[in-house]
Each structure stands twice: as C-alpha cells, then as structure tokens.
Design a protein around this ligand. Structure first.
Ligand SMILES: [Mn+2]
Length: 320
C-alpha cells in the first residue's frame, strides 16, 4: 500500500492538469473524498477540475470546495488533463467517463483511490483498501505516508466520509483504525456535531412517512431469512420528499435482528428497480449477489439495478 501511495504521489507531482472524478449520485464519502483531494492539490499548488455526473446532495454542500464540482461533461475537455484521479468509484462504469478513459492517450494516467472490492482494471495506479471504512480513510493514510499536512478543512472532509460510510460508526467496517483516524481528525479541528447535524438531521416529514411505508412493506423470506421491502415509484413520487432522503433506509432496516440480510428495492422513475443489500453477519457477503446482478459494493453493503416489473398480488410481490 505504501508503495502505491508513493507512486500516486509521484504521478500527482508530475501532473500539469488533473481531473478529479467521483461516482454518479454521490454519497457522503464520494463528495468528501473529492473535496479532500481538491484541498490536497491546492496544498501542493496543482491545477485541477472536479467532475461528478450529479450534483452533491444538499446536505453535503457544507463541505469545503463542494461548490467547485462541475456536473456538465461539456464543460470539461478530457484531452486537457494528463492525470485523472478517480475517487470512491468502485468500477469504470461508475466514473461515468467510460469512453474517455477507455480511449485515453498515452500521456494520460489514471489514479484510483477506493475502498470497494475490485471489479475491473482501469487505472495505472491503484490505491485500493477494501478493509478501509471509507475512501477518505484511504486518503488519510495517503496524506500521512507522503507527508502532506492535515488542516481543519481536510479533517472535516475525512471525518464526514467516515461518518457517512459507517452510519456514525454503526457498520462493522468500523475498525479501531477508523475510530483512531476520526479522533485524529477532531484534534485537527473537524466539527463532529456540525457534520452529524448537516448529514443526518435533515429528513422532511414526507421522507419520514416514506420510510414508514418501506417499513410497513417489510416481509421475510423464511427459507433464506432475508428481509425485503419494496417502494414503488408512485409511493416515492406522491410523497413530498427528495430522492436523496431515501438514502439510509436500507442501513436503518438492516438493524433488524434474526435475519441474514436485508434487501431494499425501489422503483426508479424510468422503470426497473434499484436494489440495496445490507448484512451485519460476518459469514455473509452480499456483494456476491450484487455482482451477479451486475452491481457491486462491499461484503456488508452493496447494490445493483434490475430492469424488471414487480407487482403485488395477494399480499405477495411477484416479478412480472
Ligand atoms: Mn465510499
């Protein structure tokens, strides 16, 4: 790992113009890691542009530099960049720069910082630690290894990534290392109460009612002891809330006792379902099912998309 940190830093120091990218529909760790990297590049005086297909959810706009994220691909000229840094993406497709990266020129190098399980190979320098609780945890070790400096802004980003990707230290991905890093970030001035206030206490009454609907629809498959629930598009569109406010439902329901795993399916506006899976058991790896369905993620938390119709008949959900 230390070797890859140094290789990544060598490439960054050589770079003249850097493109940062994080995954579409960015979560807390995605926004935090791209913001932390912007701050790192400013520290060493590098030109950069930060791109994400979708804007940062409003609860993460308190993060320093989040306002600099560009969401229109037309505003960037890929050939201008000699170095591309992918953060928290998990796979090439999640960068949303598939064609650009596949057809990149010899002078263009991709560096990947990630904590997802490896799916495909698209970078020259891969800084991947699937044991890390967040991509910002990986960045913490990067900063230490290459002797960069922490400051209050970087500390806020690193702590936000950790808190959001572990649901405030709830998920088993939280290691003693994670807590040590979080504590370190507080010493550097990260604002723990502000982060939890901004990132969590932001649900509208519409969102709470929708969460209620998801809980009401819960069923258990007795054979596999998998709890599952479904939200139809009409449930989501008739409740007065942002799609972002759906984040966290799967994690919350995953707290159920006596189940092997939880599956949360929600219909998207254009049809098909987005599936999120959670487990708290060590012997279960939900990413294996997600990978089979073309998705990805971690052993404890993963997701996928399936293009099917699901209807309720006689109190049972059937795939049509
Ligand atoms: Mn992450």
């Amino acid at each position: 790992m230390a070797k890859n940190f140094r290789l990544a830093f060598e490439q960054i120091k050589k770079a003249n113009n850097i493109l940062l990218v994080t995954h579409a529909k960015p979560d807390g760790d995605a926004v935090s890691s791209i913001c932390a990297m912007m701050l790192i590049l400013e520290q060493i005086g590098k030109n950069y542009t930060a791109y994400c297909k979708d804007p940062a959810p409003k609860q993460f706009l308190f993060l320093p530099r989040s306002e600099k994220i560009i969401t229109n691909k037309k505003d960037i000229k890929f050939s201008d960049f000699d170095t591309i840094i992918s953060l928290d993406c998990g796979s090439l497709s999640r960068t949303t720069l598939i064609e650009e990266i596949k057809t990149k020129k010899a002078y263009q190098k991709v560096i990947e910082f990630d904590h997802h399980i490896k799916i495909d190979n698209f970078s020259e320098i891969e800084v991947r630690d699937p044991v890390a609780a967040s991509t910002t945890e990986v960045l913490y070790h990067f900063i230490k290894t290459v002797n960069l400096r922490f400051n209050k802004n970087i500390a806020n980003c690193i702590l936000t990534g950790i808190l959001t990707d572990t649901a405030n230290f709830l998920y088993p991905s939280t290691s003693e290392n994670t807590i040590q890093i979080a504590s370190d970030m507080l010493i550097y001035g990260a604002k723990f109460p502000q982060i939890t206030e901004e990132a969590y206490r932001n649900k509208s009454i519409g969102a709470m009612k929708l969460w209620g609907k998801a809980i009401e629809n819960l069923q258990i498959n007795p054979k596999y002891k998998i709890a599952y629930t479904i939200l139809k598009d009409e449930d989501i569109s008739t409740c007065d809330c942002d799609e972002e406010e759906l984040e966290g439902i799967a994690g919350f329901m995953g707290n159920m006792d006596n189940i092997n795993a939880l599956l949360f399916l929600r219909e998207t506006k254009n049809g098909g379902y987005k599936g999120s899976m959670r487990t708290s058991l060590d012997e279960i790896d939900v990413s294996r099912l997600a990978n089979k369905l073309g998705g990805g993620g971690h052993k404890k938390a993963s997701g996928f998309f399936i293009d099917v119709n699901i209807e309720k008949e006689n109190n049972r959900w059937l795939i049509k």
